[in-house]
Design a protein around this ligand. Sequence first.
Ligand SMILES: C[S@@+](CC[C@H](N)C(=O)[O-])C[C@H]1O[C@@H](n2cnc3c(N)ncnc32)[C@H](O)[C@@H]1O
Length: 168
Amino acid sequence: MGGHGHARRTDLGFPWPDPPLRVVLVQPEIAPNTGAIARLCAATGTPLHLVEPLGFRLTDRALKRAGLDYWDAVDLHRHPSWDAWLAEAPSRFHLLSTAGPRAHFEAQYRPGDALVFGCETSGLPDAILARWPDRVLQIPMRTDRVRSLNLATAAGIVMYEALRQCAR
Ligand SMILES: C[S@@+](CC[C@H](N)C(=O)[O-])C[C@H]1O[C@@H](n2cnc3c(N)ncnc32)[C@H](O)[C@@H]1O
């Protein structure tokens, strides 16, 4: 058996999607959530798109603390509005909402797809959900117990399901 040395980290030879997935946060309000998602994006080579207005400044200490040293590794894009993002959005995107009629693992994810999340208090606007009803996905939850998952938790769950599918 080995001694007490540090285990060596490897990247497992994982086949990261090319083009990468994208994460889109529509009007996020809470800095630590965006920080945690930025770290997730850095760890997976996933561009992060922020649709303004944001509920914090990108210089916010809480944002930096949550993302730790990883901001330099994030491919960050800012958009002044939903319409501005839509104008350059990929044709394939998935909308994550507690109101989704289908489970997130029933969708088919492909390299280049965008995963779109709503803000912490009100989620994605009804007008967006109503315009693309076939793209709305829900992560299964005990709705008798909670109203929603934390935004960063939801992003992590969907990200790794999408990566798993893209790797097949
Ligand atoms: C805190 S939740 C928003 C809560 C809001 N009251 C609602 O019901 O949409 C923030 C975002 O996380 C994502 N989210 C949280 N729980 C989810 C779930 N069970 N299924 C899908 N998305 C979820 C959605 O993108 C949501 O807009």
